[in-house]
Design a protein around this ligand. Structure first.
Ligand code: FAD
Length: 455
């Protein structure tokens, strides 16, 4: 088996992982990155969530990404184009949807920033790849695509080796530091880090809006897809989905007048559809992921057919089904600090203070599939470095939507630009560890913030 030594191993190259690679290289480290898809971006590319909003944040990689995409005509800045309402041609419901802008307005974000960057997913992937390559001087970067992290080995609170299943066979990586950016935390869970799934009980973190007891409820999941006007009506659900019983789904659509969906125009034509949601989040716990994806794809096809039956989207077809199922939430780390919704209301974690903040976020608690029980107005807030630190493993950082947040806090933190900032913080911190020979828990957060230009 091929053996590879590296300073830093980044697992999962979504928003957070790409940013972690970028900053780790800028910090002078050698880096191996592994991603199961054919390129970088994760949910924001291969999951079909092809937009994000500027909102508030520190300066960072997201601004450079936006600049390049806009300059090349691969993105445009616009309001959410079509929200379901009786007034637009995609209307499927008489509950006129709450426009996305009002979610941001509740936050006090300046009206000029209440717009989304809509981009082509392959262009976003290309920009992320380009930035990672530009940060590499002297051939310090090795990227594996179409590659799954499959197992690891620990000793004395450290990850010693990780096995990657690459297209040319298994590779054992021996890293000094590891950054788990996989979203679902397979590496952290395999390493024995405490992780949880579902809602936290009120008393666990003192969150007033949390339920009396812990539950397995998860934020709703969505299979995104691209539709194009071809002049042909959606021909129906393809045969390969004949094994999926869609009776309940059709009854659900008839009863609710269809899922509330967000239709966004692409710069190069066509529309991406984000159903809110395609299924309850806890389906993640009932099925293996490939089976669940298959069910959700069948639901998506049936949805477009159902719209055509109601007279909408006539002449439009699904031309791309995104290969990653859109999971808003799954496993979460219980790290050295767990960010709560009360911290978010407060603006920062009181026991740590603002000086531990490594990312700023500004989205309200946003739990699809269930009405939010949270207060809906609060200012931007800081995420402390300690949310990236597991308690059990010394050479691991967890930077992704699965970082150390409560269920309620995660429904706010999970946005792409926030994940980019967490990845940037983790990559910078890991490179500091390599340079000075310590572990992530020993990082001087003031020095980290200085390196990231946060003060
Ligand atoms: C339907 C939907 C709509 C959303 N809308 C918005 C929005 O409007 N604005 C916004 O900002 N955010 C939105 N979000 C949230 C945001 O897109 C995600 O939370 C964010 O992109 C997650 O980034 P991440 O880096 O944490 O994880 P991901 O982007 O999911 O990256 C994780 C990566 O790890 C890889 N991976 C996982 N396991 C393995 C393994 N074993 N081996 C190798 N690779 C692995 C995956 O392939 C993936 O590329 C939405 C999310 C969804 C699902």
């Amino acid at each position: 088996m091929r053996i590879l030594h590296t300073d830093i191993l980044v697992l999962g190259l979504g928003s957070a992982g790409s940013a972690a690679v970028y900053r780790a290289l800028q910090g002078g480290a050698s880096v191996v990155g592994a991603e199961q898809m054919a390129g970088p971006g994760g949910t924001s590319t291969y999951g079909g969530v092809n937009n994000w909003e500027p909102g508030v944040s520190f300066e960072g990689m997201h601004r450079e990404i936006a600049r390049r995409l806009l300059e090349r005509g691969d993105a445009f800045v616009g309001k959410t184009t079509e929200y379901v309402s009786a007034a637009n041609r995609f209307a499927t419901s008489d509950r006129s949807g709450d426009p996305y802008e009002t979610t941001l307005k509740r936050f006090g974000v300046h009206p000029d920033d209440m717009r989304r960057l809509h981009y082509e997913p392959d262009a976003m992937s290309a920009v992320l790849q380009e930035l990672m390559e530009e940060a590499d001087s002297g051939g310090r970067l090795t990227l594996f695509y179409n590659t799954r992290f499959v197992s690891l080995d620990t000793q004395n609170r450290r990850i010693r080796t990780c096995v990657l299943d690459t297209p040319s066979g298994p590779v054992t990586v021996c890293p000094k530091q590891v950054i788990d950016c996989t979203g679902d935390l397979l590496p952290a869970r395999m390493a024995g880090c405490t992780c949880v799934i579902g809602e936290d009980a009120r008393e666990t973190y003192g969150e007033e809006a949390a339920p009396d007891g812990a539950t397995r409820f998860l934020n709703g999941l969505t299979q995104c897809f691209r539709i194009t006007e071809t002049g042909v009506d959606m021909p129906g659900v393809p045969e390969e989905y004949n094994d999926v019983d869609l009776t309940g789904w059709v009854e659900h659509m008839n009863r609710t007048m269809g899922p509330v969906s967000c239709f966004n125009v692409y710069p190069r034509g066509g529309i991406y559809v984000n159903m809110l949601p395609t299924g309850e989040g806890d389906l993640y716990l009932q099925y293996d992921l490939p089976v669940l994806k298959h069910i959700c794809e069948a639901r998506a096809y049936r949805y477009v057919q159902w719209l055509a039956e109601k007279g909408y989207l006539r002449g439009w077809e699904i031309t791309h089904m995104f290969p990653l199922l859109g999971l808003r939430e799954s496993w979460r780390l219980v790290g050295r600090y767990v960010l709560t919704i009360e911290d978010i209301y407060n603006g920062f974690a009181p026991s740590l203070g603002t000086e531990h903040t490594v990312a700023i976020a500004d989205h309200p608690a946003d739990t699809h599939g269930r009405g939010s029980r949270c207060k809906d107005t609060y200012p931007g807030y800081g995420i402390p470095y300690e949310c990236l630190l597991p308690k059990e493993i010394d050479n691991l950082l967890v930077a992704c939507r699965g970082s150390s947040f409560t269920h309620l806090a995660a429904s706010s933190t999970r946005l792409s630009r926030t994940m980019l900032q967490l990845g940037e913080a983790a990559g910078t911190a890991a490179a500091m560890c390599i340079q000075d020979g310590y572990d992530p828990a020993d990082v001087d957060v003031t020095a980290l913030r200085k390196l990231r230009g946060i003060e």
